[in-house]
Design a protein around this ligand. Structure first.
Ligand code: PLP
Length: 410
């Protein structure tokens, strides 16, 4: 970019986990050393305390830790006792694991297209996709914003179809004041390091209000074991490590604060895009008014086929950015046997060509966001300066209707 490397502004990463760790390293070290000194690495107190804390946070009766978000989805499906060939309705516009969990168990993913505003499964399309073989619905709260759950919940309840929420990107998100994880039969969470609550490796958890399902999940995660070397069914070996739980319990104390910082960063982008006069070049993410968006990702749309060009320019300017997701799942080679054709999910296919994720992590500073916005001006060939007109048209804080303060839940 610049002739003189000393003048090049420092890069802005898409996510910076080092800075977050630096702030809490001593506490993490103590928590990890405690597990080492006790030498209790499998389940145990740290895991059950984390389970209790997350259950309370989500307002769920039970939480069951497991080895990953993917395993959470697999275990949740296993707990429903489905038959190979049964259909599970889900979104094609999500991380691979949503559909792979279904497919892995011999079940059939049935994809429904997304609503282009929220990027989430369309409730009308969901209803239309129901057949006598539909045995579960798996909505994905993508990027940290909940699916429009009421119509899905009403249909599912009427037909007796269980709902498994893929809440892997949505810990702390709310739909009509209720948290992700209690909007269906079970809620699945991931502690992958880049999630809003990320561990020091893989980890996952399932929430449920149903004590029978909770007991079943606790059995399924330990080989279906009912007593010492006695197995009622064939489960998985999928436990949350005590070391992960200890790390996550330290980080969990900061989760609300991080969420508020993510929301602040989202509002700051909206203001800056207006001030620099480039709001018209992008479609900003919409936080819907009856929801609490926790911004695991901040994805704008770059229309008119310019996304890849803008992405390349941002990368050249040292701005971390990414595409979630470049190929919708109905077009993945491994799902070719499902028979979906290009053009069958137009909203998902268009989103995969237009979305661009910008840095939104909690520790992102205002000067860093300023650099991101300036780099976008360059990418669009616009003047790199705040305009008076932009400042005057600055959106009111509520134009992204994100709730800023949360009543503490017990
Ligand atoms: C991260 C993620 C998963 C999988 O979680 P892992 O812990 O990586 O296995 C599943 N679904 C969605 C939507 C995710 O974002």
């Amino acid at each position: 970019m610049s002739e003189n490397p000393l003048q090049a502004p420092p890069p802005v990463p898409l996510i910076d986990l080092v800075i977050q760790h630096r702030l809490m390293a001593p506490e993490i070290r103590d928590a990890v050393l405690k597990v080492f000194s006790e030498q209790k690495f499998i389940l145990g107190e740290e895991v059950s305390l984390l389970e209790q804390e997350i259950a309370a946070y989500c307002d769920a009766r039970e939480a069951i830790g497991c080895a990953s978000g993917t395993d959470a989805l697999i275990l949740a499906l296993m707990a429903l006792d489905l038959t190979p060939g049964d259909e599970v309705i889900t979104s094609p516009y999500t991380f691979f694991a949503t559909a792979s969990a279904i497919f892995r168990l011999g079940l059939k993913p049935v994809f429904v297209d997304i609503d282009p505003v929220s990027f989430n499964m369309d409730p009308v399309a969901t209803e239309a996709a129901i057949t006598p073989r539909t045995k579960a619905i798996m909505p994905v709260h993508l990027f940290g914003q909940c699916v429009e759950m009421d119509p899905i919940w009403r249909t599912a309840t009427r037909l007796g179809i269980p709902i498994i929420e893929d809440a892997c990107q949505a810990i702390g998100a709310e739909y009509r004041k209720r948290r992700a994880g209690v909007l269906g039969t079970m809620g699945c969470f991931s502690f992958f390091p880049t999630k809003n609550l990320g561990g020091a490796g893989d980890g996952g958890l399932i929430t449920t209000d149903d004590p029978v399902i909770a007991t079943r999940l606790r059995r399924l995660r330990v080989h279906g074991q009912t007593g010492m070397y006695e197995h009622a069914e064939v489960g998985l070996n999928s436990r949350l490590d005590a070391l992960q739980a200890a790390v996550l319990r330290v980080k969990f104390r900061s989760l609300e604060q991080w969420t508020l910082a993510r929301q602040r960063n989202a509002r700051r982008y909206a203001t800056m895009f207006h001030e620099y006069g480039i709001a018209d070049a992008l479609t900003l993410p919409t936080a819907l008014p009856d929801r609490r968006h926790v911004f695991n990702q901040y994805c704008v749309r770059v229309p008119n086929g310019k996304r890849d060009e803008v992405l390349k320019s941002l990368k050249e300017q040292g701005i971390g950015c990414g595409v979630y997701y470049p190929l919708p799942l109905h077009l993945q080679p491994c799902f070719a046997s499902l028979g979906y054709q290009p053009g069958s999910m137009p909203a998902s296919e268009l989103a995969s060509k237009e979305t661009l994720a910008l840095p939104i992590y909690p520790e992102l500073t205002e000067p860093q966001q300023d650099r991101v916005v300036k780099a976008l001006c360059v990418a669009f060939g616009r003047p790199v300066k705040r305009t008076l007109q932009g400042v005057m048209n600055r959106p009111k804080m509520l134009s992204i209707p994100v709730r800023v303060s949360e009543p503490e839940r017990q």
